[in-house]
Design a protein around this ligand. Structure first.
Ligand code: NAI
Ligand code: PYL
Ligand code: MG
Length: 259
């Protein structure tokens, strides 16, 4: 998995505020409103325990502090445990956490200890970014371009298909395209046959993955991918509505999905 760096998480509150106002402008709902519409849930004072994890590549500077800021931003009571790992888990449960948030290099989970529900960050991130894209108020058709069909992109593509969108998919991995075609009915995007879109959802770990030929004026690009999929130059040239944020939108999607 492509791991976050402390630099990605600098000024997480400002990044969240900016993402929230873009989501509001693009969809007419703020991020909490999107979550409520998506999962049909609302928080009722659940306490979130955040457990730092040292295994693998270890602690990511700013990661637990960012989860603390994110949960508070969305109105959850939360705390970071003093100890990491098993001792931190013990501390979280002992001190009244109802939902545990913790991540190693492969899995970032939310586990609601009261109702047993558990969420994984990758599908929850794909689904909420796809949902935001699908709600673009100025979309001119039901065609969506999905770039990257991996652990985040595939569930996002599945969500868009389920919502009745015509999904064009691209990934350099031919096996992933075939899986999306046979399991979801995704239409393989042919880079030789350019087509413009008003809705684009991207989930890759690479920069500059969106060819200029697919961009229409004022299109929405909803992307959890790090680094950003589009250059500032192209974003400005096409007045692209960019929804991109490194951790918070996916995290709040996980939390609402386990309520
Ligand atoms: P993955 O490795 O499972 O999938 C990425 C896919 O992108 C691969 O299938 C790869 O073949 C494809 N790809 C690479 N270059 C491409 C290109 N030029 N055009 C089209 N497809 C291309 O990775 P995963 O787990 O799906 O994560 C994707 C990105 O999302 C990563 O950057 C990850 O860090 C980020 N992420 C961000 C989150 C957030 O909250 N903002 C949460 C979770 C992941
Ligand atoms: C959750 C993110 C989104 C993108 N990549 C994923 C990632 O960086 N995962 C690793 C998280 C490790 C956290 C570390 C800590 O500080 O507790 N174990
Ligand atoms: Mg996010």
């Amino acid at each position: 998995m492509a791991l976050l760096t402390p630099k990605d998480l600098i000024n997480i509150n400002k990044q969240l505020q900016e993402a929230d106002s873009t989501v509001q402008r693009v969809t007419g709902l703020d991020i909490k409103g999107i979550c409520k519409a998506l999962y049909g849930t609302s928080p009722s004072s659940e306490k979130v325990g955040i457990v730092p994890v040292t295994s693998g590549n270890g602690i990511i500077g700013n990661f637990s502090a960012s989860l603390h800021a994110i949960t508070q931003y969305f109105g959850f009571e939360s705390f970071v445990t003093d100890m990491p790992d098993v001792s931190g888990y013990y501390e979280a449960v002992r001190d009244g956490a109802e939902i545990i948030l913790m991540a190693d290099d492969y899995t970032f989970l939310a586990h609601n200890l009261k109702n047993g529900k558990m969420a994984n960050n990758q599908p929850c991130t794909g689904i909420i970014y796809a949902e935001i894209a699908s709600r673009y108020l100025k979309a001119y058709s039901k065609d969506v371009f999905v770039v990257g069909l991996g652990k985040v992109g595939f569930p996002g593509a599945a969500h868009l298909v389920q919502k009745g969108f015509r999904v064009y998919g691209y990934d350099p991995d031919e096996n992933l395209i075939q899986r999306a075609v046979s399991n979801l009915g995704v239409i393989p995007f042919n880079p030789e046959k350019p087509k413009k879109f008003s809705i684009i959802f991207e989930a890759t770990p690479c920069a500059n993955t969106i060819p200029e030929s697919v961009l229409s004026e004022n299109c929405v690009l909803s992307t959890p991918g790090i680094p950003c999929a589009i250059s500032e130059e192209l974003q400005t040239k096409y007045d692209v509505q960019l929804v991109a944020e490194p951790l918070g939108i996916g995290t709040v999607s996980m939390l609402y999905s386990v309520l």
